[in-house]
Design a protein around this ligand. Structure first.
Ligand code: CAO
Length: 440
């Protein structure tokens, strides 16, 4: 056995190209023609194949290095001489088109491999996501080895988001895509006509100037969760209006006392208290479906999450053990948790264990909205801006100006029936319109 240098072969018209992937490690046993590294010019990318069978003894380059013909990739301990060594392999000719380089660097003297399309059709297992369109695969920004990997798995690269330099699709992006697809709810029984069609890939620059900004980590995470929740839980939203005229007078009268304890007594604190009262009256709302959908898990603890708007996106801190707290305790928790959320200092356990969520947009505006359930919870309360409304009083047979708070309760119809949805919001309205009940 002898140790030999592995050099970059003739790569055509390129003076220097970037190493964008190193596909082998020291100690790897490799076969002739296996891709060792991927290099990229500003126009094309190509895999550099192994010149011989052997074991990688040393690697002299890393991702980001610039290389050219003759650069040392590493050392190989040749284990077995093969017929088609590198001297026989056809190098890309200088005048060949750049797009052809990929094909040429893969042309060994062994029997020619089947064309990729044919091979893919044979090897492709059940297509993941959408069907494989090789034309779309070609436009994806990925190295040949990644394209081959994707083809073998039946992945259409036009659906995969690249995490590499200049959004290049890497092996791990394909792996993550496959994992994501496999954990999606099964839809085969829905019939093909219900499966969503792929999102068109539009080049917006054709219509005007654009700016591309990466989504924040929080937005990506919450987006994936919201999407899953929206498509898995059949949502119904029940609307109601709570008369909070007396509650507001009481809240303001308690503000000084709250300030003494360092808290701002907001409406949200009362809403959390009232929600727990309603959860106790209607325990189905304080439950989760088991993952197989066969059982309902009823909870005997009362933790309420609240949607908090931060510069990085939406987070949902959780006020724990609400049943043991008075409204000022809850207001204190709300202040602390909101501050931490905006300073990105929330700990994981401060966002876990929620039973029910409140999303209040009342401080901003709007008359009503339909919140998305924070699954595996089964309901969420949306709160919009309170406003003075003429409300008919049966006793006085006259209209009175009352402060009305719009509520929108979205619930999972697999767990909650429509009648219970209406009962829950009626109960909430009753609690909020009579502070004495709330404080009991
Ligand atoms: N009607 C009228 N006024 C309201 C109100 C309502 N429903 N709710 C709050 N207000 C008023 C408050 O009284 C306060 O006024 P003052 O400063 O004069 O007292 C003002 O609006 C601001 O309230 P706040 O924001 O300080 O307190 P909050 O308890 O209402 O809200 C929080 C706290 C964390 C929920 C809020 O800051 C927030 O992030 N809201 C956005 C939630 C969100 O994004 N939901 C959407 C999720 S789905 O994408």
């Amino acid at each position: 056995m002898s140790s030999e240098q592995i050099l970059i072969p003739d790569i055509g018209d390129f003076d220097s190209v970037d190493v964008i992937e190193v596909l082998v490690n020291i100690g790897d046993s490799i076969e002739y023609d296996m891709p060792l590294i991927t290099v990229e010019s500003d126009k094309a990318s190509m895999d550099i194949p192994a010149p011989k069978n052997g074991i990688i003894k040393d690697i002299k380059i890393k991702v980001g290095d610039k290389v050219k013909e003759g650069s040392l990739i590493g050392m190989i301990e040749v284990t077995e001489a093969i017929k088609g060594d590198k001297s026989e392999a056809k190098a890309p000719a200088k005048n060949e088109k750049k797009e052809d380089i990929e094909k040429l660097t893969h042309t060994p003297t062994r029997p020619a491999p089947e064309p990729p399309e044919k091979k893919a059709a044979k090897e492709t297992p059940i297509p993941i996501g959408e069907s494989v369109h090789n034309d779309e695969n070609k436009t994806a920004h990925a190295s040949p080895s990644v394209r081959k990997f994707a083809r073998n798995l039946g992945v259409n690269l036009s659906f995969v988001k690249g995490g590499g330099n200049k959004n290049r699709i890497l092996i791990e992006d394909v792996e993550n895509f496959v994992k994501g697809e496999l954990t999606k709810p099964r839809t085969e029984n829905m019939g093909a006509s219900f499966a969503p069609i792929p999102m068109p890939n539009i080049d917006f620059t054709e219509f005007g100037k654009v700016e591309t900004k990466p989504l924040s980590k929080i937005k990506k995470l919450s987006g994936a969760n919201l999407h899953r929740n929206w498509v898995t839980a059949p949502h119904v939203t029940q609307f109601d209006n709570a008369d909070i005229t007396d509650l507001e007078i009481f809240r303001k009268s308690m503000q000084k006392e709250a300030e003494k304890r360092g808290a701002k007594l907001t409406l949200l604190a009362f809403l959390i208290k009232a929600s727990v009262n309603a959860l106790k009256a209607y325990p189905t709302f304080n439950s989760s479906l088991s993952p197989d959908g066969d059982d309902l898990i009823l909870k005997s603890y009362y933790n309420v999450g609240f949607a908090c708007d931060t510069p990085d996106g939406l987070v949902v801190p959780v006020v724990k053990d609400v049943q043991k707290k008075d409204v000022i305790d809850i207001a204190e928790d709300l202040g602390n948790l909101s501050e931490k959320a905006r300073a990105r200092k929330l700990k994981m356990d401060e966002m876990q264990g929620g039973c029910f969520t409140i999303s209040s947009l009342g401080g901003i505006g709007g008359t009503k909205f339909t919140p998305i359930i924070n699954c595996p919870e089964v309901a969420i309360l949306g709160v919009s801006r309170a406003s003075m409304q003429p409300v008919y009083n049966k006793s006085s047979e006259d209209f009175e100006a009352r402060l009305m708070l719009p509520l929108s309760l979205s619930y999972d119809h697999r767990v909650v029936d429509g009648a219970d949805g209406a009962r829950f919001t009626s109960h909430l309205c009753m609690m909020l319109s009579d502070v004495r009940r709330l404080l009991l």
